[in-house]
Design a binder for this molecule. Structure first.
Ligand code: S3P
Length: 259
């Protein structure tokens, strides 16, 4: 055993090596993204991450620091996802679409895979106002709620690399679309009235649909908003009969093709 100073010196050397190795590993992550993009390959590959983890677990069985090393790797992988996201998107991903189009579900899945922060305009409004959406509609009316949406978007312009789920009616004001485009790309998710009804029928959180839970009302309102949705969108993704991973892969591919 060396003196305390000697041991500390060895620790510093280890740290230098760790930094160097991490840098190499992170460079590889960027290279992979570049390679996938240049060769038109699938960008999100959660199964690959799983395989790597399994290989690592196997290698560390009965290792004296098994638990600790696995814990560290959890963070390494988490940060790899962040690096991946940063090299893919320098902007906010704004999800728009009719109620039930799948904005929150897509946001959850993407947020996890890319380790990006997620926000939801409805949720921000509920927190700020201290009331539910139906309560806001009831007490102050729809126009007040729409003002809250505009103010929320102005606040979000200060931020970057977020996934933002927007309330279904946010595109009704042209100024909102301008706010969204300042730091974001707009992704329109679509679904047929039938699929939409299936997804929203058990919710009571959407005042516009309360007492109007039928495909006729949904179809008519969609039609009224159609032009606004289409005009706002940078990319469009149909969600009927697709799985969430399929939708997210399509979203990432189409967004990266915009560059
Ligand atoms: C609305 C959609 C809702 C919510 C509010 C009004 C709309 O959000 O903002 O009930 O006008 O389409 P979701 O699309 O997230 O359900």
């Amino acid at each position: 055993m060396g003196t305390l100073e000697e041991i500390r010196k060895r620790i510093r050397e280890c740290d230098d090596q760790i930094v160097e190795s991490l840098e190499k590993r992170m460079d590889c992550i960027q290279e992979i993204i570049q390679y996938k993009r240049e060769n038109g390959l699938t960008i999100l590959q959660p199964e690959q991450e799983k395989k790597q983890r399994e290989a690592l677990v196997k290698k560390l069985i009965n290792h004296k620091f098994e638990e600790e090393i696995l814990d560290i790797f959890t963070y390494i992988v988490k940060n790899s996802r962040k690096i991946q996201a940063k090299s893919l998107f320098s902007y906010n991903i704004m999800l728009i679409g009719f109620m039930g189009a799948g904005k929150s579900t897509v946001s959850d899945y993407l947020g996890h895979l890319l380790e990006m922060e997620e926000v939801d305009t409805d949720r921000l409004i509920v927190e700020k106002e201290g009331m539910s959406i139906p309560q806001i509609f009831e007490e102050y009316g729809e126009a007040y709620f729409r003002n809250c949406e505009s103010n929320t978007l102005i606040e979000l312009q200060k931020r970057n690399q977020l996934i933002v789920s927007c309330g279904g009616g946010i595109i009704l004001r042209d100024e909102n679309v301008r706010h969204m485009k300042k730091r974001g790309r707009i992704v329109l998710l679509t679904a047929t009235p039938q699929t939409t009804l299936e997804r929203v029928k058990d919710s009571t959180e959407r005042p516009i649909l309360n007492n109007n839970m039928n495909t006729q009302f949904i179809g008519e309102l969609m039609e009224k908003r159609r032009e606004k949705y289409l005009a706002a969108a940078d990319i469009i993704i149909e969600t009927d009969n697709k799985t969430i991973p399929q939708i997210c892969e399509e979203l990432v591919t189409k967004l990266t093709e915009l560059e």
